[in-house]
Write a protein that binds this ligand. Structure first.
Ligand SMILES: *Cc1c(COP(=O)(O)O)cnc(C)c1O
Length: 493
């Protein structure tokens, strides 16, 4: 399997190179040249998450040996997840189920990819045989940082530096990151907001002098960002796995279609579902759920993607985003893999902060995708209602998805069995979830976890149980202009 650039500006490359490179250096994202087809008969015989993962990944990562993949998968999806199914499916009603993607070590769905991606990267580096250590630079608003830290900690020949806005993450997220152990992890708070942090890290990537120093010291920089193919391809697996479970639990008959609903930010999760459909998994509709940052809702309704708008800080912060990077990959497919047309649209976005999709591409988008958004009040009302009616505790992100399913069904009367992906454990956002269930107004995350537990008797995710008693191993806080020198100093540690 070869990979192309969405902007037609790179040579066809194999997966190891693609995973090592991250994104196309001249702009653009790596995409598979074609979609390998699934055999539904064969999928039916696969047992467990690991076998499903091998079946999918071996089709895409064709320059990894079977032996490599088996070993990587066995390490990535086992006791590091707190549920034997890895991604258990919970039936809520006869035609709706929730695929829980938060049983990994950081209680967010990023673990589904970030437990395996570092291992894929290490094998790629090893086959390049240049003896370099990879230094992973991450700017995070919370979830990605911790998931990347857990994924990379103690992984040979890697070192991970994670920068977060000192004032811009929740207390629980801060404790999660700062308590990370491991020989090769560095976590640094930055005085500035997330955008500042991200811009500073990007500047470090682009800093030629710094790169040269790194190379001399035996390091090459890389990113654990969600545009890396190594993060996207593992996400296809759980849609195939989820379909098997939908059938096993009687929500549909083998071969019948399902709809999927996805709380969406950077468009990686829902894109993986679209790829699964292109491979032949019976999925009809993609319900793309947004919070108040509803740029994708507008895009699906009108074809216009316009970033000139206010940015809202919401109770589902992992979806607070204006530029959904992975959308470019869908647009590439909708434009029949025409890199020049994709380039033209993204030039418009760069120059005019907007682009418009028209004609058959827009029709295709609207045939398959339904977009809607949820207000803060509706998010909390949904959490309360679902807990009352089904005794199921949603987190704020998954609640946005649930609400979109309800709206979709009311509007279209399409009752195709629906699978909603749950992207975070509710205890990760305890203040907002508690606020949905009771009138008590708290400001202390840890107290809210206890109260929520007492009120719901829902198990606390093991990662979050004793979090406030964990030793904080990382305490450094720096200003923005110190960031490059922090990176440089790490080269000589
Ligand atoms: C990252 C994240 C999302 C958004 O996923 P995308 O793949 O970026 O669309 C949604 N919910 C949670 C909890 C997340 O951490």
């Amino acid at each position: 399997m070869k990979y192309l650039s969405t902007r037609g500006n790179w040579h066809p490359a194999l997966s190891k190179e693609v995973i090592r490179t991250g994104m196309v250096p001249k702009g653009g994202l790596f995409v598979p040249e074609s979609f390998p087809q699934l055999s539904l008969d064969h999928i039916k015989t696969l047992k467990g998450y690991q076998e499903t993962a091998f079946y999918i990944l071996s089709k895409y990562l064709s320059d990894y040996t079977d032996q490599e993949l088996h070993a990587i998968i066995a390490e990535s999806y086992s006791s590091n997840f707190t549920h034997k199914d890895i991604a258990p499916l919970k039936k809520i009603t006869d035609d709706c189920a929730i695929l829980e993607l938060w049983h990994g070590p950081t209680a967010a769905f990023k673990d589904m990819a970030l437990q395996i991606m570092p291992r894929l990267l290490v094998h790629s580096m090893a086959s390049q045989k240049d003896g370099m250590t990879v230094m992973i630079l991450v700017a995070t608003s919370g979830d990605t940082g911790k998931a990347a830290l857990e994924g990379f900690k103690n992984v040979a020949n890697t070192r991970i530096l994670c920068f977060y806005p000192e004032e811009g993450v929740s207390l629980i997220q801060k404790y999660q990151m700062n308590s990370t152990d491991g020989q090769n992890t560095v976590v640094v708070g930055v005085r500035g907001n997330f955008d500042d942090c991200q811009t500073a890290v990007k500047a470090a990537f682009a800093n030629e002098a710094l790169r040269e120093k790194a190379e001399k010291a035996g390091y090459s920089f890389s990113s654990a960002n969600s545009i890396n193919w190594g993060r996207l391809v593992p996400q296809i697996v759980y849609y195939v796995w989820g379909y098997k479970e939908m059938e096993a639990q009687g929500l549909l008959k083998w071969g019948e279609p399902m709809n999927v609903a996805v709380p969406t930010g950077n468009f990686g999760n829902i894109l993986a579902a679209y790829y699964a459909m292109r491979m032949g998994l019976p999925i009809n509709q993609f319900i793309c759920a947004s919070n108040q940052n509803n740029i994708l809702t507008d895009f699906i309704k009108s074809g216009e993607y316009n970033t000139k708008r206010d940015f809202h800080v919401t109770m589902s912060p992992s979806m607070d985003i204006l530029i959904s990077s992975n959308l470019e990959r869908l647009i590439f497919e909708l434009l029949e893999k025409d890199g020049q047309k994709v380039s033209a649209l993204y030039d418009d976005l760069k120059n005019k902060s907007t682009f418009k999709l028209t004609g058959p591409a827009l029709n295709q988008l609207q045939q398959r995708f339904y977009g809607d958004f949820t207000s803060e009040e509706e998010t909390q009302a949904t959490i309360a209602k679902v807990f009352k009616n089904h005794h199921y505790l949603l987190d704020t992100h998954t609640a946005v998805g649930y609400h979109a399913v309800e709206k979709y069904r009311a509007q279209t009367k399409d009752l195709t069995p629906c699978m909603l992906t749950a992207t975070a454990n509710p205890y990760k956002f305890p203040l907002a979830v508690l606020g949905a269930l009771s009138d008590e107004k708290l400001t202390d995350d840890f107290l809210a976890v206890e109260k929520l537990h007492a009120l719901s008797s829902e198990n606390i995710h093991p990662q979050l149980v004793d979090i406030k008693d964990k030793a904080l191993l990382h305490k450094r806080v720096v200003s923005l202009d110190e960031l490059a020198s922090v990176i440089e100093n790490e080269l000589y540690c």
